[in-house]
Write a protein that binds this ligand. Sequence first.
Ligand code: 4AD
Ligand code: MG
Length: 460
Amino acid sequence: MKRTKIFKLFKSDAPVDHMLIKGWVRTRRDSKTFSFIELNDGSCLKNIQVIAESLLDNYEEIRNLTTGSAVAVTGALIESQGKGQKWEVRADKVAIISFASESYPLQKKRHSDEFLRTIAHLRPRTNKYGAAFRIRSEVSYAIHQFFREKGFRYLHTPILTGSDCEGAGEMFRVTALDIDDPPKKEGKTDHSQDFFGKVANLTVSGQLSAEMFALALGDVYTFGPTFRAENSNTRRHAAEFWMVEPEMAFCDLEGNMDLGEEIVKHLTRFVMEECGEDMELFAKFVDKALMPRLENIASSEYVRVPYREAVDILVKSGKKFEYPVGFGKDLQTEHERHLTEDHFKKPVIVYDYPKSIKPFYMRVNDDHETVAAMDVLVPGVGEIIGGSQREERLDVLQARMGEFGMPQENYWWYLDTRRFGTVPHSGFGLGFERLLMLMTGVRNIRDVIPFPRTPGNIEF
Ligand code: 4AD
Ligand code: MG
């Protein structure tokens, strides 16, 4: 018989005489003549209650089932006698697949997030982490659906790269050389003998490749892992994180902001409507203010303020910030949060940043001081999207690369697109884990990514 997943049982509108389910024992208790097993198979948050009668021939074994043990249950789906649930299973047979050792760390009590990080291989078996990772899966699907309906093509950009998109130099080096004894040339490591014949890194962003394809296919997006060797051990930075990066031909900064606002609203609405049961857990146990905040994000019109005005607001707030505010200084988390949480009390898009603090590819504005950049800031998280209109003018782009001291010969292919049919184009990066933090109210990025990679931490 084919196994039925437990989430399907809960959707059933009639009893079922004969079916097979498989899962893990969450808890078990005995009465005089029955053993009640709370069974979960990971397909949904709820456990189904299985009633095993003492008449079953392996009843003694069933009574020894420990939390975490795996079983296959054949039986009938019947209307529940008890309250609290609609359906339960009356077992005809409980076949034991394996017993979990008594040392299984996920016993009934609640565990701290910090402890669960030390057992990241087991934490998806808890209610909260199971819910978080089901939501992660659902939202991934919704992202593809969102773009597909708009006619965007999905592009797989390379993970190994020879260029530094953000120009921040925070990259992980990739090499096949023996790093204890590399070949040398003039006292330095000779990368011409390395695998690619030059220095290679893990990508920090798929943007440069996405631009090439936007200028061919129109609207494209990438959605994949990116890597940053920033040594910032904060609750919103990971060394490996996923980014959604749309890139649109014939699109200016305003169109870019429109898309950023639309996707955040759409995905927020999606998660509220489609992940009901899992979302309820977060609204109840993680963040009591979650649902009103998400409603605000899904339905309000986002404020759009130029960077200069944002700086003014921060200066006039009279608040003592840890980091200084002023034209030419990057906004820190505390500033972003003041703008979105205290001042505007809704999502804010800050645009036209000083060119001195932004990468080479952003389009220079007519004031020659700012670039057509935009960041979307949301309550609880701060920056969730970073993007810009791209510099499409060859001479300006070359001048900018000069200012940054970038070797233009490495970017010949990027410059080519500004020679052959260049057009205004724009795009952004949406941090997928930051989006999930926003959606679930989870405070630490380490708790929305299956196996977090942060400074000093690559276990699992
Ligand atoms: O603002 P960023 O650095 O933008 C870019 O990389 C552009 N090339 C994207 C583009 O225009 N195609 O990063 C984009 C987003 C940030 O807003 C943030 O949400 C997330 O990526 N992000 C991180 N998330 C987790 N950990 C980190 N270390 C992150 N760094 C950036
Ligand atoms: Mg940014």
